[in-house]
Write a protein that binds this ligand. Structure first.
Ligand code: AMP
Ligand code: MG
Length: 342
C-alpha cells in the first residue's frame, strides 16, 4: 500500500522578487498539527521577530496538544472518551471558538464539514500506516455516530452525547491555528509575514514593498513542479482541500482523506482541489473542506448566499479552473493544459 502526504500550496516560489527594503527575513519551521508549519516575518526589528516566531510555535504546539486525536491524553481524546456520559470536558478559553466555529460551519453546510465525523475518519485512518478500506458494516455503524447536533458546548466545557462519537478537527484546526498566529503577529506590530501550515497560508499585511503576496496553488495531478496558478493575498488566508494531500492506493484505486459524510467514503465528484480565500483562516479552512464535499455547483450556491466575502478556486478533473466572481482578475494560470471556465 502506498501512502502519501504533501501540501498543495507553494507559497515560497512566487516571492523571490520580493523587495525587502529595510526589513530582514526571520523564519522558523516545526512539524505540528501533522504537517510542516513555517513562519516568515519581514521586519527590521530582529529581536521582536524572533520573540514572535517563538510565541507562534508555542501556541500552535499547545493547540496541537489539545486537539491531537492520536494522543490519549489530549483534550479531544478525553472528550471522545467521555462521549455518552454526562461529563463535560473543560477546554482552554482561547480554544473554545474552534469548537463553536466548527459547529457553526457544520450547521451552515448541512454537515459537509462536520467535526463529529471522527468515528468514520478513524476507521479509514488515511495518512497513517494502518490506513485501510473499512467494511461496509463498520462504515454504516460509524456513520450513525456523526450527528453534530449531539455536540454540546457550554462555557464550562464540551460533551458528545452518544457513546462512540468522536471529534476530529482536521478540517478546521490549521485555519484556526493560522488565525492565532496572525493574531500574535498583529499584536506585536508585525506588518509583513507569511504563515504556512501545510495547505493553509495566512498572509499578514503585504509584502515589504507594499505589493500583495503571491501564493501558488499546486497542480493536484502532479506531485512536484511549477504551480498551476497563482493568486494575490493581502491580510487574508487561503486554504486548500485536495485529493492529493493525504491518500493511499490499493489495487490501483486511490483513497483520499476527505470523507463524504453521506456515504462514509472519500468524496467522489469533479473536483481535484478547492482553495478558499477569506479574512479568517478558520473560515477558509472549514469552507475549503465543505466546498470540496459539496462539489462545484452546490459550493458556489453556498458561498454566494451565505459567505459572499469568501472567494474560491476549483481545479476540476475536466481540466477547468473555476473561480468565484471576485477572483476573476486575481489569478494567473500558468499551466496551458488547464483553462479558466466561463
Ligand atoms: P482539509 O484538508 O482541511 O480539507 O481537512 C481534511 C481533514 O479533515 C481530514 O484529514 C480529516 O481529518 C478531516 N475530514 C475529512 N472529511 C471531513 C469532513 N467531511 N468534515 C470534516 N472533517 C473532515
Ligand atoms: Mg479544511
Amino acid at each position: 500500500m502506498k501512502r502519501f502526504i504533501f501540501s498543495l500550496i507553494l507559497p515560497c516560489i512566487l516571492f523571490s522578487s520580493c523587495n525587502q527594503q529595510h526589513s530582514e527575513k526571520q523564519s522558523r519551521a516545526a512539524f505540528l498539527l501533522g504537517t510542516r508549519c513555517s513562519f516568515r516575518i519581514f521586519d527590521s526589528n530582529k529581536q521582536n521577530s524572533q520573540n514572535v516566531l517563538q510565541k507562534c510555535i508555542d501556541t500552535i504546539a499547545d493547540i496541537d496538544s489539545h486537539i491531537n486525536v492520536h494522543a490519549d491524553t489530549s483534550t479531544v481524546s478525553i472528550i471522545n472518551k467521555n462521549a455518552g456520559t454526562n461529563r463535560f470536558t473543560a477546554v482552554p478559553s482561547y480554544l473554545y471558538p474552534l469548537f463553536e466555529r466548527s459547529l457553526f460551519f457544520a450547521k451552515k453546510t448541512g454537515g459537509a464539514c462536520n467535526p463529529v465525523l471522527g468515528s468514520v475518519i478513524r476507521l479509514w485512518n488515511i495518512g497513517f500506516d494502518d490506513a485501510c478500506i473499512p467494511s461496509s458494516d463498520s462504515i454504516h455503524a460509524a456513520l450513525s455516530l456523526t450527528d453534530y447536533n449531539a455536540l454540546l458546548l457550554k462555557e464550562s466545557g464540551i460533551l458528545l452525547q452518544q457513546k462512540g462519537m468522536k471529534l476530529d478537527f482536521g478540517a478546521t484546526a490549521k485555519g484556526f491555528a493560522a488565525d492565532e498566529a496572525a493574531k500574535i503577529m498583529r499584536q506585536n506590530h508585525v506588518q509583513h509575514a507569511l504563515i504556512d501550515l501545510g495547505g493553509t497560508i495566512f498572509a499578514v499585511g503585504t509584502r515589504p514593498d507594499g505589493t500583495p503576496w503571491k501564493v501558488g496553488i499546486r497542480n493536484p495531478l502532479e506531485r512536484r513542479g511549477k504551480p498551476l496558478l497563482s493568486l494575490s493575498l493581502v491580510d487574508s488566508c487561503v486554504s486548500t482541500s485536495g485529493v492529493y494531500e493525504r491518500f493511499f492506493e490499493q489495487d490501483g484505486i486511490r483513497y483520499h482523506h476527505i470523507i463524504d459524510p453521506k456515504t462514509g467514503h472519500p468524496v467522489e465528484n469533479n473536483v481535484l482541489s478547492v482553495s478558499v480565500i477569506a479574512g479568517s483562516g478558520t473560515d477558509a479552512d472549514a469552507l475549503s473542506t465543505a466546498c470540496f464535499v459539496l462539489g462545484y455547483e452546490k459550493a458556489v450556491q453556498l458561498l454566494v448566499s451565505e459567505f459572499p466575502h469568501a472567494e474560491a478556486v476549483f481545479i476540476c478533473k475536466d481540466k477547468t479552473v473555476r473561480v468565484t466572481a471576485g477572483l476573476k482578475t486575481n489569478i494567473k494560470i500558468f499551466n496551458p493544459l488547464f483553462r479558466l471556465a466561463e
